[in-house]
Design a protein around this ligand. Sequence first.
Ligand code: 4NP
Length: 151
Amino acid sequence: MVCLGNICRSPLAEGILRQKTIENQHTIIIDSAGTIGIHAGEQPDKRMQATALKYGIDLSTLHSRQVTLNDFQEFDRIYAMDESNYSDLQKLAKNEVQKAKVRLLLDENPLNSLKNVPDPYYGGQEGFEQVYFLLEETINHLINNLKHDER
Ligand code: 4NP
């Protein structure tokens, strides 16, 4: 799961997906990162942590890191939170196989036509709540889509 700073959207996406896969006993390797490294080492934004905790998800053990070239080898899928992250990831990818791993997360969600998970960083509390509900709904679809892909 990749966003810009890896302190708001992608840590929440990681936390929700971790929780849902544990509940459903799926074994997949999950991580998140940012396209920029300026928050590297930091915990998720306090506002994002508080919103996640309100819905039972603890993000306090996560720490921001920047995307690495190794991620393109290690992971089968790299989900971008918005089109800008998607384009940055496409530029980093070394070949067509790596480029094909990069997808827009919201393309997994048939219930809305948004392409971009809104960046809540510069806004108010309601933005964090919106991101929570959008990601929660989308990750439910992602897990169902993964199950179908496995068959
Ligand atoms: P994120 O939000 O990409 O969802 O983690 C942001 C975090 C930090 C910044 C921008 C967006 N920033 O410019 O520092």
